[in-house]
Write a protein that binds this ligand. Structure first.
Ligand code: WQD
Length: 350
């Protein structure tokens, strides 16, 4: 039987490219659709080396209806995993219109084209930012959705509501929204990983660039939070565990194929919280390095602590994270070292 084709929008991105690997290893035929506005073409070379074949790729914007329709029809797509979106929290605060236009246009166009072509199964990339500053921890899928603290986070909340309402209207779609916690690490081969543009916003790429000598030191944004060591707590999940959660969600939708319409959401996290200082120590331990850091002011918009209750995904998707924080940090470091070797850049510290 031919491998079912799954369209991975934003498939050249960090989580998208790792999900392409997990899909192929699970017996699917992944096809990438990416406009490369926030990713690089040589990710496809990394995928070729890992998988041993060229992953088909359509260079197109998800919001470009005719291009999306033609790609999905030509490739005989059976299901879609939708990553394509802008995702920088700070940038979204500065450019809200660009974020709403891009992220919501892409989603609306995708759903309309799926309905036109009779493609039913969709996995939507959502985020734990929908929980805001949770009053109770760990957060479950029933935890209150608090007003988004950024336009980026709001595009995830609104995206979930759009999908929920379309299914409630009885449209023939089976949809799962996955609420990611903090994806970190890289494929153990070191051939694909996170490619931050400019100065990294996120903690782990900033740590690996500091260790690589591209940054003078890590600035820890505040150590006066109401947490054991005063630094913020997050649920850091290996990107390969996250990628495999998408396969589990797809298989769950296949089991539900008797249903015309279905919508549900799942937390995808490890269930363990780790503070910024925990991550620094784990990196030093995993990589045998000493990381220069200092304590700076709090970053606006940061919540003190958020981590997942991932029971629902374990019970209903048969998925659980099994890679450790140490493994993720060692994989992230291997990727950074390879990146620096490739680019030969020992760029002066910014
Ligand atoms: C983690 C912790 C920082 C950098 C963001 C998005 C979220 C999701 C994941 C897309 C915080 C601290 C960071 C630094 C630091 N992205 N930190 N110094 O903010 O939890 O989540 O990325 O879906 O939507 O909001 O991740 O890695 O930016 O920060 O001290 O140089 O590390 O204060 O406590 P965050 P992060």
């Amino acid at each position: 039987m031919e491998a079912p084709t799954i369209l991975v929008t934003g498939g050249a991105g960090f989580i998208g490219s790792h999900t392409v690997v997990a899909l192929a290893e699970a017996g699917y035929r992944p096809v990438v659709l990416d406009n490369f506005s926030n990713s690089q073409q040589d990710v496809l070379e990394g995928l070729r080396q890992i998988l041993g074949y060229e992953v088909p790729c359509c260079v197109a914007d998800c919001a470009h209806r005719s291009a999306l329709f033609e790609a999905m029809e030509r490739e005989q797509v059976r299901g879609v995993i939708h990553f394509a979106a802008f995702k920088a929290v700070g940038e979204s605060v500065r450019e809200p219109l660009r974020y709403y236009r891009n992220n919501l246009d892409a989603l609306l166009t995708l759903v309309e084209v799926m309905l036109e072509l009779g493609v039913h199964d969709l996995i939507f990339s959502s985020s734990c930012t929908v929980y805001g500053e949770p009053q109770q921890l760990p957060v479950t899928e029933a935890s209150p959705i608090l007003p988004a603290i950024s336009p980026y986070g709001n595009t995830k909340q609104v995206g979930e509501e759009i999908l929920r309402d379309v299914v409630r209207a009885g449209k023939p779609l089976r949809i799962i929204s996955l609420r990611y916690f903090n994806p970190i690490g890289a494929h153990p081969s070191g051939l694909i990983g996170e490619l931050p543009i400019g100065v990294p916003n996120n903690l782990v790429p900033y740590i690996t660039q500091t260790a690589a000598g591209l940054r003078p030191e890590l600035v820890i944004f505040g150590d006066d939070y109401a947490t054991p060591d005063g630094t913020c707590i997050r649920d850091y999940i290996h990107v390969m565990d996250l990628a495999e959660a998408h396969v589990a969600a797809l298989r769950s939708l296949e089991r539900l194929s008797a249903l015309a319409s279905y919508y549900d959401v799942f937390n995808i996290g490890t269930g363990q919280g780790a503070s910024v200082l925990d991550v620094v120590r784990a990196f030093e331990d995993a990589c045998g390095l000493s990381l220069p850091y200092c304590i700076g002011p709090r970053r606006p918009g940061d919540v003190a602590a958020v981590y997942a209750d991932a029971t629902k995904a374990r019970e209903q998707l048969g998925w659980t994270a099994h890679r450790t924080l140490h493994q993720a940090l060692a994989d992230a470091w291997r990727w950074e070292q390879r990146l620096q070797h490739l680019t030969g850049s020992r760029a002066k510290c910014q």
